[in-house]
Design a protein around this ligand. Structure first.
Ligand SMILES: Nc1ncnc2c1ncn2[C@@H]1O[C@H](COP(=O)(O)OP(=O)(O)OP(=O)(O)O)[C@@H](O)[C@H]1O
Ligand SMILES: [Mg+2]
Length: 350
């Protein structure tokens, strides 16, 4: 115990980590300056090998497997033992690939969680994190983002990810409460919409959501532009090369329109003064925030309702994990010490 306390006081032997565990991608920032991100995907192979590491693939390598045994462990809310095990193995392999030494250091991690995460998800994520790190805590992911950007007073943060869009109001420099509306509508819905529209145009087409996602990430746009969205559309017999600019634009606008409705709903729920500040301080991020003209489109939609100003100044890949790391570093060392000493029985989900 005494030895422990000395370490906590000096802090020299501690490694802090900030983790953004998204359904689509997981990003990590560490206090020794590492930053890395990977698709949240794992595949267990049936190979007979002494080396356990060889029996699994994760991230892009797992996606390249063609036999379809890949798992996206966060997609169903970490409910099954299999998903919990898979995400734990994913994290361990991912950290080890980037030379994060989990055995040597004292490791303290803050993991971002969606504002509307349920109890079971939090309980299971915390449990597996504590098995990996010396100490772990869960914090609202948009709180992490706002903490990183301490100047977001009276602003709105809109995180458009893979599965959902979160629209949050930040009302003080370091928000105490994050007021958030979550809409189950984001990147995956654009992919589905593209597939639907392509099948309408070519009824015998064989397009998958994964292929639609690739097209969208390359050519996704709203309003105008991108004349050259020429792709190879797989058909029953061979492929056809055509521009799918219109389909992509319709699909993107369809989904972002729903998100604008969410933004206006949140705006209409606050008092007039706050509304004026918020509408001119809307920060869009998340992977789907990369669509071309997303800011122009949202501003145009808001014109009908009195206008608004959109900023694209947040880092979709590392913003949350950087904020989580910053928080982990700023927690008093005694806090982490206590967390470990108390065997972490206490509820430590912020
Ligand atoms: N350049 C791009 N253009 C358009 N969409 C993109 C681009 N890059 C990534 N995306 C989309 O962003 C989504 C992933 O976003 P993000 O990485 O924020 O998700 P996440 O945080 O893992 O998911 P969630 O928050 O829903 O759990 C995917 O649907 C992906 O196709
Ligand atoms: Mg996310």
């Amino acid at each position: 115990m005494v030895d422990h306390m000395e370490d906590f006081v000096s802090g020299d032997n501690c490694l802090y980590l900030g983790i953004d565990a998204g359904m689509f991608k997981t990003s990590v920032c560490t206090s020794d300056g590492k930053k890395f991100s990977e698709r949240t995907v794992i595949a267990f192979l049936q190979k007979d090998s002494e080396n356990a590491e060889e029996n699994l693939l994760f991230g892009k390598q797992a996606l390249e497997l063609t036999d379809g045994k890949t798992k996206e462990p966060l997609n169903d809310g970490l409910k099954s033992e299999a998903d919990i095990h898979a995400f734990k193995e994913f994290l361990i392999s991912f950290l080890s690939k980037h030379d994060v030494d989990l055995n040597k250091e004292k490791t303290y991690a803050i993991i971002g969680i969606p504002s509307n995460a349920d109890r079971e998800y939090k309980k299971n994520l915390l449990k597996l994190s504590r098995e990996i790190f010396s100490g772990a805590m869960l914090v609202d992911e948009l709180f992490c983002m706002a903490y990183e950007k301490a100047l977001l007073k009276q602003s709105m943060i809109v995180d458009i990810g893979f599965n959902k869009a979160d629209i949050c109001v930040i009302n003080s420099n370091v928000p105490q409460n994050v007021d958030c509306l979550s809409i189950p509508c984001a990147g995956k819905d654009i992919d589905r919409e593209i597939v639907k529209l392509i099948i309408e145009r070519w009824p015998d087409s064989k397009v998958t959501e994964e292929l639609a996602r690739e097209w969208k990430e390359k050519y996704g746009h709203l309003c105008f532009g991108q004349d050259m969205c020429v792709v190879d559309v797989p058909l029953e017999n061979g492929t056809i090369q055509e521009s799918i600019a219109e389909e992509i634009q319709i699909a993107c606008e369809f989904v972002i329109t729903d998100i604008v409705s969410g933004i206006t709903r949140v705006l209409s729920d606050v008092d007039l003064d706050t509304r004026e500040s918020l509408r001119n301080n809307i920060h869009i991020f998340g992977g789907t925030g990369n669509l071309s003209n997303v800011g122009i489109f949202i501003e145009n939609e808001l014109k009908e309702l009195g206008g608004g100003k959109v900023f694209l100044d947040l880092d979709a890949v590392f913003g949350i994990s950087e904020g989580a790391l910053e928080l982990a570093r700023n927690m008093p060392l005694e806090f982490w010490g206590q967390l470990v000493a108390e065997k972490q029985d206490k509820e430590l989900i912020v």
